[in-house]
Design a protein around this ligand. Sequence first.
Ligand code: ADP
Length: 374
Amino acid sequence: MGTQELTTDIIRAALASIPGPDGRTPLPRSGSLSEIVVHKGKVYFAIHVEAARAAQLEPLRLAAENIVRGIPGVEGVIVSLTDEKPAGATASTDNRQPGPRARAATTKAGVPGVKHIIAVASGKGGVGKSTTAANLALALSQLGHKVGLMDADIYGPSLPKLFGLSDKKPESEGRTLKPLTAYGLKLMSIGFLVDQEAAMIWRGPMVMSALQQILREVAWGELDILVVDMPPGTGDAQLTMAQSVPLSGAVIVSTPQDLALIDARRGVTMFEQVAVPVLGVIENMSYFICPHCSTRSDIFGHGGACTEAHRRGVPFLGEIALDMTIRETSDAGKPIVATAPEGPHAQAYLAIAKQVAESLAAPQRQPPRIVIER
Ligand code: ADP
């Protein structure tokens, strides 16, 4: 009924009223505009700038966002400044060379009100990173800290499911979004904001801008610790994130198998490269207790992550059993630390959380005490 379909041409036309990074040439003709993605009323693009001018050009980013937000039919807009070249037609999100190792971090300012941001990372998917991040955040909260959990796993956000919030949407207050809450945690996930298909087509700069937005445009309030569930892997996107989020430290989750350990090693190296302290390694699905006979077996070759952590000179934080109740509680949106806090698994997460909190509190960030359960 008279409403025009939202197209990239309409957006480019609106952006023509803004001068690009040189202050003269209209933005669409400045050579600095990335591809524009429009998906269900949401608009995503990046503006290529030199890293050194990123802070100075923040008003340009804001102006671009504001002008697009005013276009009829636009429900949301995410614009980021990037010092990547505008994405080529075939650029993929990960594994592009050269990686961002050579780039300066464009936005590494802290998040107001948030004392520490820690990353929970894994060298590959499926090792239980998100389950661990959720239970670690809950355990830190039970220790008396004010905790937030940010799901930055853009390609497979699992926080909505882990907390039984899949049908929930965060409310917005002006430019800021209010985090959801569950079991005393403040929660935000890219999964609350966009649908999976949209995230899958994003390129590196768009991923970054979405994450920066979650980090900075969510009303986190006062937090002692914000736990960030990172995307799995050690590709370009992960490295850029590790570099641009002001992290106090990182926790690496691994299973004990050889292959996972190789990936975990890459994870340690990645954080070392960007000078983020590795707070330690957690061995997940470490051992198995038979539900019938209670016999413990090390089906995946228990202990590998501990050995690997020691080899790399990083702390080993503890091990979590492979147990159906961990899976079932996660799948049911009732994480085990919240719903069975006295049980052995919750206690294992709590022991790990204590070490993480201690190491964040230590002035020199001393390696935490090493706990090896045998
Ligand atoms: P990732 O974030 O590494 O991809 P998830 O946390 O999504 O991994 O876990 C993958 C699957 O393994 C989920 O079904 C989860 O419930 C299950 N899982 C994670 N940790 C454990 C564990 N310690 N014991 C049993 N199942 C687990």
